[in-house]
Design a protein around this ligand. Structure first.
Ligand code: URA
Length: 204
């Protein structure tokens, strides 16, 4: 990774830290730093938003909660290491309900944060992007429109914005229990592994 990329990334992190575009998230601090991973990633992962028990507390996406443990299991299953990937979220701040529980980000929050997502992608210029869940897939539409849906396109290698895009399910316990089991998600991740081998000509 070049010093220029690192310098620009740190500037972007500072901007995100002071962003107050979303009224309900103005008090929250964006989870974006060198803890998000490699700036020349093998795969650029996009999830939904920092979780209360996970990234919002540990400042590291998918770390410290059950979603993080499931994600670790999935990348382990294809031999991918945290140090070689970058993980970000469609919305960089942690959206909460009145009671303090995690809530899904709103459309306007996703749209507001899409400028940061776009700049992260442009800066790191990844060949392979993997979205985790439908929020991340939707967020990409604000950067360049597409018609992909998780149901139809899960595990497919798609062309998007001059890159390869692979939609995957979100590894949260709710999704694992009622939508896509961990076993099924492991099969989806095998397709990601194959894509890495074919596109980057790199064995895992
Ligand atoms: N942690 C994250 O960083 N993102 C999610 O979408 C869920 C948990």
């Amino acid at each position: 990774m070049s010093d220029v990329v690192k310098k620009d990334f740190l500037l972007l992190c500072k901007e995100a830290e002071s962003c107050v575009k979303c009224p309900k998230l103005a008090e929250k601090k964006a989870v974006l730093s060198l803890l998000n991973g490699s700036l020349s990633p093998v795969v650029f992962f996009i999830a939904e938003a920092p979780g209360r028990k996970g990234a919002d507390r540990t400042r590291r996406p998918f770390y410290g909660d059950q979603s993080g443990d499931n994600f670790q299991l999935l990348i382990d299953s294809i031999g991918l290491k945290r140090e070689e990937i970058f993980i970000t979220n469609a919305v960089l701040c942690s959206p909460r309900s009145e009671s303090g529980a995690n809530r899904k980000p709103s459309k306007s929050e996703i749209k507001n944060c899409s400028e940061f997502l776009k700049r992260q992608i442009e800066l790191m210029n990844p060949k392979i992007i993997a979205t985790l869940g439908s929020t991340a897939l939707e967020a990409l539409k604000y950067i360049e429109n597409h018609e992909f849906t998780l149901k139809t396109h899960v595990g497919k290698i798609l062309d998007w914005n001059g890159r390869k895009l692979i939609p995957l399910y979100h590894p949260s316990p709710q999704v694992v229990i009622s939508v896509r089991s961990l076993e099924k998600q492991m099969e989806d991740f095998m397709k990601l592994r194959r894509a890495i081998e074919v596109i980057l000509k790199r064995a895992l």
